[in-house]
Design a protein around this ligand. Sequence first.
Ligand code: SIN
Length: 321
Amino acid sequence: MANSTTVTDVSLETTFLGHKLSNPFMNASGVHCMTTKELDEMANSNAGAFITKSATSIERAGNPEPRYYSVPLGSINSMGLPNKGIDYYLEYVLKRQENFPNAGVIFFSVAGMSVDENIKLLQKIQDSSFSGVTELNLSCPNVPGKPQVAYDFELTKEILTKVFAFFKKPLGIKLPPFFDFAHFEIMSNILNQFPLTYVNSINSIGNGLYIDVESESVVIKPKNGFGGLGGEYVKPTALANVRAFYTRLNPNIKIIGTGGIRTGQDAFEHLLCGATLLQIGTELHKEGISIFDRVEKELKDIMAKKGYKSIDEFRGKLNSL
Ligand code: SIN
């Protein structure tokens, strides 16, 4: 029988924590979310939700520039967590939730430099009237001298144990990519012990090196050019991590798929692997917020062609051979 689904039959509506979002797309923390102006633009865009830049206790200037560089297949960055400090972002989200109580769910990202700082940041959120979702970033590869937390399994467990002793609001974590089945297993076993709302996979692939042959030079200044990779380079790794965690975590822990989403097809692939929400970083940086209109249209076109009216009809249903 010929498929008669048309684009107008297709809905991208996504439910997350009881909130109905018009679509699963949002920015990845770090892109288009540093200032209140950028956050307002995200909030007024056609993305289904938005997240703030990972905040530390006080404002940080981050690493010296140039620290972000777009390359043909993606990006390399070593930003070093520049941000305006937790109070700046908390004030913004509290105002926003008061002024627009029905505008969906707000995501708030924090990235402490130590266990103690993470606890203090989360304590502040716990004590505030913030009613959205908090993302604990355990995966920043760009601060000189600081290894990223999530590659230390013991430390990850220690932090989550301390956090969930007092943090009672919805909490997700942002993870770096893992590359080994043993690591997927170990991490999943740890995460399954906690009431996490979601796992966001992946942050950038840490410490790549991009070289400009003309000048025989690296392209970013910090760390002698080493930086996190994003964009097309990372999509297969991102899909593998989304799939690995989707098939190992308790079904009540949702997956946010991040990494290499440039087209509606990339989004479709992440959803097929099991993602509930989708974050765009590198391509949002390249294209600006109009990217959300484009990828939504492209995803709807693919769904219509395949006869899917809703994402739930295919989410997680990746075929094996
Ligand atoms: C950065 O600010 O260096 C990027 C943040 C991250 O990768 O988590």
